[in-house]
Design a protein around this ligand. Structure first.
Ligand code: C2E
Ligand code: CA
Ligand code: CA
Length: 772
């Protein structure tokens, strides 16, 4: 039934109530008996009006019979012309009732035959009852017909003219009115029933809509596990066409039917198999593959009556996402090679499976000048190099080998000797020579070298960790020996490693027990000839021998101890500076690592606060590396230092990168030109030109120029005569001196005698306090 059209639905409901075809026979008999009674009364009376009424009734009855089929058809149609039909029906049935009424009227007025009168009244009453049954749903028709039969009947009875007929008539009235009452009650009962069934129908429709619009597929089975409900999504997921009738069948039967059409892609079969696994094998697997590329999640709920509801969901996207995450956890995104942890895992298990007499190697390599490329040409160029290195590596990698990007610009390869036909040495050679050929990027030539270290199992070690450490050490050695080459790990390197480990332990201990010393090297004003600054340089004596800072400072950086050294140096330097004439400042070196880790500003503030040193008497020396690694961070830190009033010098200028663009962005005070620029100026015109270039550059940037590493009088003379230099530092004047000697030097240099130690009351600051 088309329920969307409310009006036609209402009309149909009325039509069906008016004319219930099941009752048709009863109504026919009612009409037949009325017509027959009228004919009998005519035969007994021979009165013409009675005959006319009888013929009219008969005609309507015959017309009704002839129309039965048509009516049935009409009522079966949901959208027939019921209004028209209702009109005809009302007219005909009312006319019939009127005829019954008239027949009664004539019978009462024209005859005095008691039998005929009884016949009339009983037939009329019978018709009133039929009327009630048939037309209760329509008050208008009911009333009209009651009047049509009632008024002539009452008039007929009244025609007796005595009080008994009056009494009889007064009995008719309550009868008619109760017929109306009953019809009203029936009507409302009928309406209630209709409404309830409408509501049920609407609920069913809503439920159906909800089921059909579910994003999950739903299948409901009865207690014999035959399908009762399947929604659209389930059909889609299982690839069951809409016109395929799968109701009242078990999943097995449906699968069998699908087999005829799609034996290879029978998704129902896959579902059925997984379901029976769940039911009979107690499997708890919820997710399974429904096709090559699609995953389903199946949830099942048993119903109380023994049936069950299956909910299936296409979880392909979720699974793919999960798999992608798993992949990401294994591979390096940029190069597609394994990442560190996956490599360790893989190499460990491969090493474990390595045969007794078999050999395998770890080749550890990194790019020599990668930092420079990254810093000067940007990360894009850096990434381009890394992806190309990975690509080239793949091309020469033997089958079965594992390659990983170990971090930054470091790569590592695990390869079994048996798999490496060309031999491990040749492979290492190829890596160094072939992978490092120049690349073209944005019309620029990218040049970089590769250094590698190799460790071999079982000779050098059996665990990945050890082999990695040894390969790294060999790499370190290769770099130390001039880069762009490979080293195999050897026993001598092992010795170096042992030494390094001992050194590391000793350094940690020295820092812990404040066994470091601070020495000071004077920096002399070119014009004044007096000390203007002392540079603080840390010294460490190990077993009576000095370990050069070039060795232990990077070591401290690696070990994470540089912050402790840095904070102690700052405090100690400020403390010493307080004992010098006021015109002399102190310069402290800041490691790039310490600079990046942060806390520099805090450490400087601490040192100044604790010692009460004027901020203007403190300078920090930083290298280009510290600045270039993170330019925006450097700007913030250096500006904060300038604000405090602390001077900033750029150390080792000219040794690092050739990018000068950053110089004017930073609040710098001094440029310290590296010793290498001065070394050969006495003999080499080229050196002189280079030095000229950097000093002029410094001046152009309005910075004070300091030249470091002046060792000879000849160098000094040249500098004084031909270069615009503000300050000079070097062994020609003095090496770095212990604190006591420094103090003496400072006062003497300013033409004064050293004040007594007692006069300088500054509390001694311990290293551990500084470190905390
Ligand atoms: P640097 O900052 O460039 O310090 C100057 C280095 O050159 C010092 O070496 C100094 O002794 C040396 N030098 C000075 N004049 C001459 C000369 O005329 N000829 C020669 N051949 N060398 C000269 P040192 O003390 O061995 O320090 C080496 C490097 O260690 C320093 O280079 C600095 O980068 C680092 N360093 C030293 N102490 C510290 C420290 O306390 N903290 C940090 N972060 N780094 C430090
Ligand atoms: Ca320095
Ligand atoms: Ca320097």
């Amino acid at each position: 039934v088309n329920i969307s059209n409310v009006d036609s639905r209402e009309a149909l409901r009325r039509a069906r109530a008016l004319h219930h075809y099941e009752d048709h026979v009863a109504f026919f008999y009612a009409k037949l008996s009325a017509s027959a009674a009228a004919i009998i009364s005519f035969l007994l009376t021979n009165e013409m009006p009675i005959l006319l009424a009888a013929v009219g009734m008969l005609a309507i009855m015959l017309f009704d019979i002839s129309n039965i089929q048509q009516q049935k058809k009409l009522l079966a149609q949901p959208d027939g012309d019921f209004a028209d039909w209702e009109y005809h029906y009302t007219f005909l049935s009312t006319f019939f009732m009127l005829l019954v009424g008239l027949w009664c009227f004539f019978s009462f007025t024209l005859t005095k035959d008691l039998f005929i009168h009884l016949l009339c009244v009983s037939i009329a009453m019978g018709n009133v009852l039929t009327l009630l049954c048939r037309n209760f749903s329509n008050e208008r028709i009911l009333t009209l017909q009651l009047f049509a039969v009632g008024i002539p009947l009452i008039l007929g009875v009244l025609s007796y003219g005595d009080y008994r007929s009056l009494v009889l008539c007064t009995f008719f009235l309550p009868l008619f009115s109760s017929v109306r009452d009953i019809s009203g009650r029936l009507r409302s009962m009928f309406r209630d029933l209709e409404r309830q069934s409408d509501e049920k129908e609407a609920f069913g429709v809503q439920l159906n809509e909800a089921l059909e619009s579910m994003s999950h597929g739903l299948l409901m089975f009865d207690e014999t596990m035959h399908l009762k409900i399947i929604n659209k999504t389930a059909r889609e997921i299982l690839d069951i066409e809409e016109d395929f009738n799968c109701y009242h069948k078990s999943l097995k039967q449906i699968a069998r039917m699908v087999d005829f059409k799609k034996p290879l892609l029978n998704r129902v079969r896959v579902l059925e198999e997984n379901l029976s696994k769940r039911l009979h094998e107690n499997s708890i697997e919820r997710i399974f593959k429904i096709s090559e590329t699609q995953y389903l999640e199946l949830s099942m709920k048993m119903r109380n009556d023994g049936g069950c509801v299956l909910v299936i969901e296409d979880v392909t996207q979720r699974i793919e996402y999960q798999m992608r995450i798993n992949e990401l956890a294994k591979f390096d995104e940029l190069t597609g090679l394994c990442n560190r942890s996956f490599f360790l895992q893989q190499a460990t298990s491969k090493l474990r499976l390595l045969g007794k007499d078999e050999e395998a190697a770890l080749i550890f390599f990194d790019l020599d000048d990668f930092k420079r490329v990254n810093d000067t040409l940007g990360h894009e160029a850096g990434d381009y190099i890394l992806t190309n290195v990975a690509e080239r590596l793949r091309n020469i990698l033997p089958r079965g080998a594992i390659a990983a990007r170990y971090g930054g610009d470091e790569f590592v390869i695990y390869v079994r000797a048996r798999d490496c036909r060309i031999g491990i040495e040749t492979l290492a050679d190829q890596i160094v020579s072939e992978i490092s050929t120049d690349l073209q990027f944005n019309n620029q030539v990218l040049r970089f070298g590769i250094s590698a270290g190799v460790a071999v199992c079982p000779n050098d070690g059996r665990t990945v960790e050890r082999l990695l450490k040894l390969a790294d050490l060999a790499l370190y050695a290769a770099k130390g020996a001039g880069k762009n080459q490979y080293y195999f790990f050897t026993a001598e390197l092992e010795e170096t490693l042992q030494k390094r480990i001992l050194l590391e332990d000793d350094l940690a201990e020295a820092i812990h027990h404040k066994k470091l010393d601070l020495h000071f090297q004077p920096i002399i004003g070119m014009d004044s000839g007096k000390v203007e600054v002392f540079e603080a340089l840390t010294r460490w004596k190990r077993e009576g021998l000095e370990v050069p800072p070039d060795i232990f400072i990077p070591l401290a950086e690696d070990l994470g101890l540089i912050r402790a050294i840095g904070e102690w140096t700052l405090l100690e330097a400020c403390r010493q500076c307080k004992t010098w004439p006021e015109e002399i400042r102190v310069a402290v070196n800041l490691s790039a690592v310490q600079f990046q880790v942060g806390s520099v500003i805090q450490a400087v503030r601490n040192a100044l606060d604790e010692t009460g040193l004027e901020p203007s008497r403190l300078e920090v020396e930083i290298t280009e590396t510290a600045v270039l690694n993170d330019m925006s961070h450097a700007v913030v830190v250096l500006e904060a230092l300038s604000e405090i009033g602390v001077g900033v010098s750029l150390d080792d200028f000219g040794t690092g990168y050739s990018s000068l663009s950053y110089l004017h962005k930073l609040p710098l005070d001094k440029l310290k030109i590296d010793k290498s620029f001065v070394d050969n100026i006495a003999d080499s015109p080229r050196s002189r030109t280079l030095l000229k270039g950097v000093t002029v550059l410094g001046k152009a940037l309005h910075l004070k120029v300091v030249v470091e590493g002046v060792e000879t009088q000849a160098q000094f003379d040249l500098l004084r005569e031909h270069y615009d230099v503000d300050l000079i530092q070097g062994w020609l004047f003095s090496r770095a001196l212990p604190a006591g000697d420094t103090r003496e030097y400072a006062w003497r240099s300013h033409g004064k005698s050293t004040p007594q130690d007692e006069a300088i009351k500054i509390p001694h600051i311990h290293m551990d306090k500084a470190a905390s």
